[in-house]
Design a protein around this ligand. Sequence first.
Ligand SMILES: [Zn+2]
Length: 200
Amino acid sequence: MGRYNQDIQLAKRGKAVCSYCGKKSFVNYIYSDGAPVADGVCGKCDRADNCGVHYPPREYFKDNPTFKPARFSQFRPQRKRPVITPPSYIDSSLMLDTMRGYEMNSFAKFLHSTFDEVAGADIVQANIERYAVGTSSRYGGSAIFWQVDQFGRIRSGQIIGYDATSGKRNHKQQNWVHSVMQENYPDYKLEQCYFGSHLI
Ligand SMILES: [Zn+2]
């Protein structure tokens, strides 16, 4: 172990892509010939206010006992670890706020006009809520199909306009909740789930 640590220091110049946050803010530990111990992995992220990861050589060698130092093997750049960012979620209070105003919801209006006589308005309404269909004021009153996963986390909602009489979808009237609320949800990472997943 001791010899691995010989002549290793933080690079004085040049930043690598940080494997942890994906930003070009990583200062590698390098050997005296300039070869990094593990490019983008063993070193320090300069984003102190955010990522700020520090993976010193001592720990890197401990975690990677089969590692051969560069002087014994031709240096090959390490394959970059993929940066895995978790999906984003919408606040449940926002979804709950949309679970009303169905009198202006073109999709709900169509369902009521078609099924109230056979099923009863209450049953129709209960199903709208059960499937997490909300109301948006966009397009003169449209439906939000919330994508809620099996753990109850809200992936996003798809806003779709309908013709309240025919029940046909208007393909020009379509958007996502996280897109129309970009200011509240910047850098949103949408990972869709099936509509109705929360009922499984
Ligand atoms: Zn970082």
